[in-house]
Ligand binder design. Structure first.
Ligand code: NAD
Length: 437
């Protein structure tokens, strides 16, 4: 099947390479010429495990190509839209400029029997608005919404073997045609008995933002409990373990720590609230404002713990930061709690030495004045306090006994609650975490 993917970022590049790997002929279109040039050599412009190989394989097969020219998408039957939908500069709502530009770029090249399948996360009503725009331009192309649930760091697995597929389509024969086309795109996924839900376009748009709102709420819930646990001298990790055994609750996403970040959850819950306000039901999602505040407060808590560890004045003191990406197995620093905390401490006068297995280059572009170290050991050497902020496996695996002699002061603040307090204390470290005695 001939497919185009418009927007080749963390979502689109993986989607394009994934579809080529299962036999489709895919062209990825992006306005960023440098990104297209890198992708065209079979390399990923960002870190995602396995993506380099998948891209190289796709290019070698002749089924995958990249271009900056939307005209190269003209003979595709399905056009996936995967451009960014960041937070607007003027409030919490989504900035749909890139999406609108992508649609306008495609307009002259759309055929009547083609399908636009949106993958970007959008405010409910966006698909309908795009369909109206096409109608106004006299273009008969069908519009569907097919939200994406991939997790960075596991993006290939999630693309080729997703938990579920959601097709948001219009009623009637045009909607049925959209389902037929998407079934053909996802034949290999459906062969794995993957659940497939066919809904209205509005429902599909809401599925995605509801999923992210739920996950964000779960994280902020346990972080709120961690504040109470800390005040009461209880252990939030044990609370999470105990309530997590309840099948109605589940243990995942109940890890107290520095909170969520990245290019999705924070901006998605804000855009969801903004859209609910527009729809006159803002009160229903007012709690997401609290979810957001709890989350941001976690960053304050960790930054304050560092300043406390330094006796109240970070000026000229050396702080080792382990992790810069918003999560492990990614180089993505968009709204990263780790980078945020590093920058705050630096602005308070600390000498911050940060390390991350993949995200240093991205962080350096944001702030060339941060100091970077190649390894955790290099960052920790000579530090007055060490803060773990992204739970990369190599940081979790650090042996406290063998590195206790490296820092000026062996003080570990575990911003992700992933280290063993007993082992670290036994090795001579002062160990502090969130919501644990
Ligand atoms: P990204 O910033 O990594 O990628 C967006 C890409 O779109 C960029 O390469 C940009 O150059 C390109 N672009 C912008 N305008 C364009 C245009 N007019 N034509 C062609 N290309 C254009 O963003 P992302 O993380 O891939 O996210 C994309 C969308 O997917 C967002 O709506 C996001 O919320 C959603 N999403 C992301 C993830 C994720 O894990 N990253 C998961 C699910 C959903």
């Amino acid at each position: 099947m001939k497919i185009s993917v418009i927007g080749c970022g963390y979502l689109g590049a993986v989607h394009a390479a994934g579809l080529a790997s299962v036999g489709h002929e895919v062209v990825g279109i992006d306005v960023d010429a440098a990104r297209v040039a890198v992708l065209s050599t079979g390399r990923a412009p960002f870190f995602e495990p396995g993506l380099d190989d998948l891209l190289a394989e796709g290019l070698a097969s002749g089924r995958l190509s990249f271009s900056t020219d939307p005209a190269d998408a003209a003979d595709a039957v399905v056009h996936f839209i995967a451009v960014g939908t960041p937070q607007s500069a003027y409030g919490g709502g989504a900035d749909l400029r890139y999406l609108d530009a992508a649609v306008e770029g495609l307009l002259p090249h759309l055929s009547a029997d083609a399908l636009i399948a949106g993958k970007s996360t959008v405010p409910v009503g966006t698909a309908e608005r795009i369909a109206e725009r096409l109608e106004q331009a006299g273009v008969r192309t069908i519009v569907a919404w097919n939200p994406e649930f991939l997790r960075e760091g596991f993006a290939i697995e999630d693309t080729l073997r997703p938990d579920r597929l959601v097709y948001g389509v219009e009623a009637g024969p045009r909607g049925e045609r959209a389902v037929e086309l998407l079934d053909e795109v996802y034949r290999t996924v459906l062969d794995l008995d993957t659940p497939r839900l066919v809904t209205s376009r509005e429902t599909a748009e809401l599925v995605k933002v509801s999923a992210n709102a739920f996950l964000a709420t779960k994280i902020s819930f346990i972080n709120a409990i961690s504040e109470v646990a800390e005040a009461a001298g209880a252990d939030v990790t044990a609370i999470a373990d105990a309530i997590g055994f309840d099948a109605r609750i589940g243990r995942r996403f109940l890890n107290a720590g520095v909170g969520f970040g990245g290019g999705c959850l924070p901006k998605d819950i804000r855009a969801f609230r903004a859209r609910a306000d527009e729809l006159g039901v803002g009160a229903s999602l007012a709690f997401l404002g609290e979810v957001d505040s709890i989350n941001l407060r976690q960053r304050d808590r960790v930054a304050r713990a560092v300043v406390d560890a330094l006796g109240g004045d970070p000026t000229g003191r050396r702080v080792a930061i382990l992790g810069l990406a918003f999560k492990p197995n990614s180089d993505d620093i968009r709204d990263s709690p780790a980078l945020d905390i590093a920058l705050r401490l630096q602005s308070q006068g600390a000498t911050v030495v940060a390390t991350d297995p993949q995200a240093v280059e991205n962080a350096r572009r944001v702030d060339p004045d941060l100091q970077f170290a190649a390894t955790a050991e290099d960052a920790i050497a000579g530090s007055d306090v060490t803060v773990l902020l992204t739970e990369w496996q190599q940081f979790r695996d650090l042996d406290p006994a063998s590195i206790v002699g490296l820092p000026s002061s062996p003080y570990m603040i575990d911003g992700r609650n992933v280290l063993d307090p007993f082992a670290w204390r036994e090795a001579g470290w002062i160990y502090r975490s969130l919501g644990r005695p």
